[in-house]
Design a protein around this ligand. Structure first.
Ligand SMILES: [Ca+2]
Ligand SMILES: [Ca+2]
Ligand SMILES: [Zn+2]
Length: 367
């Protein structure tokens, strides 16, 4: 995900659109949980399985007993399913199991990556439903399909709108991009496509990437998982350090902390810098801070000292702007006006939240 997400997304869409679209259609929400009266031991029913993940400890999984085997199929979350792609480009084979205990915590067990992916998809579903009453990527009640062991094994993750699916390849170092924040990041690309439709180039491309990092972080805090605590870092469970840092994006050596004219010519993974920095400053404020044991130190372009309004308000403002104000061509200047409009709608123009939005954009040089 971190470097070639959109390109990989398009490549997958071109090579496998028909097959995946046909397969994705089978994941439609028709597979709802049967009536309670039929929930005998032998009849199909929704269950809570146990998963031993690589990055998130032991987790509960939404599973389904089909009368013969347990499936990584979550009837309570839009029928989300997790597949073994077996290195290929088709959807793959639905994971099944005999005792509803999945994975071992070790990547050498084929189910382990599936546990992380299924948990990531479920947590992302729960976050959007609980926080915004959004039911799925397109808000149509349909869950996503997750594909693990996909592609060539180069270590990546990518979203495809055409199949409504997220794919994870294996990684040569045994650390695939299946962590919770990466799952949230990729699935959030689907939400962006279904709402603002931010084009994946120029400044709108940076805002598209930023949206995925913002929700990825919010999802991680929402999960409150003791093994992968909430932070403003992306990919830290995979890489040990982090691919990206929202408090100071320049830590990656590539992303600018502040907007400048011409930033749109950067790869979206880097032109996202000022927007994720804005989000951090809005939520937490400037300067040094320790959250869940992680140390941050967020600078400002104008030397201003900012107080945060909290991540809950910050993410609500971003979501409201994404779903009611931003369009495919929104640039940084428009991101400022649409988030101000969102803060006005949610909290009023005389609110501290409204003032903080303006101050945080100014602090990343979007005036
Ligand atoms: Ca974390
Ligand atoms: Ca993280
Ligand atoms: Zn991305």
């Amino acid at each position: 995900m971190p470097h070639t997400s959109a390109h990989r997304t398009r490549a997958l869409a071109i090579t496998a659109t028909a097959a995946l679209a046909a397969l994705a259609a089978q994941t439609a929400p028709g597979l709802a949980a049967p009536a309670p009266a039929r929930q005998t031991a032998a009849a199909p029913h929704a269950l809570a399985g146990t998963g031993h993940s690589q990055y998130s400890g032991t987790v509960a999984l939404g599973t389904y007993f089909n009368g013969r085997l347990y499936e990584l199929h979550d009837p309570n979350r839009g029928g989300q399913k997790t597949y073994d792609a077996r290195g290929g480009t088709s959807l793959g084979t639905l994971f099944t199991d005999t005792d509803d205990v999945w994975g071992t915590g070790s990547v050498t067990n084929r189910q382990t990556s599936a546990v992380d992916a299924h948990y990531g998809a479920a947590t992302t579903w729960d976050f959007f439903k609980t926080t915004f009453n959004r039911r799925g990527v397109r808000n149509d009640g349909r869950g996503v399909a997750s594909r693990v062991h996909a592609g060539s094994g180069s270590g990546n993750a990518w979203w495809s709108d055409s199949c409504g699916c997220i794919s994870y390849s294996d990684s040569p170092d045994g650390r695939p991009y299946t962590s919770l924040d990466v799952a949230g990041h990729e699935i959030a690309h689907g939400v962006t496509s279904a709402t603002a439709g931010l084009l994946y180039s120029g400044e709108s491309g940076g805002l598209n990437e930023a949206t995925s990092d913002i929700f990825a972080s919010a999802i991680e805090f929402f999960a409150a998982n003791p093994t992968d605590v909430g932070d403003y870092l992306i990919g830290e469970r995979v890489t040990g350090s982090a691919l990206r840092s929202l408090d100071r994006p320049s830590r990656d050596g590539r992303s600018p902390d502040y907007w400048y004219s011409g930033i749109g010519s950067l790869d979206p993974h880097y032109s996202s810098g000022p927007a994720v920095h804005f989000f951090y400053l809005l939520a937490e404020g400037s300067g040094a801070k320790v959250i869940n044991g992680v140390t941050y130190d967020s600078p400002t372009h104008d030397g201003s000292k900012l107080l945060g309004i909290g991540r809950d308000a910050a993410v609500r403002i971003w979501y409201h702007a994404l779903t009611t104000g931003m369009t495919s061509s929104t640039n940084y200047a428009k991101a400022r006006t649409t988030t101000l409009a969102a803060a006005a709608a949610l909290y009023g123009t005389s609110s501290p939240q409204y003032a903080a939005v303006g101050a945080a954009w100014t602090a990343v040089n979007v005036r």
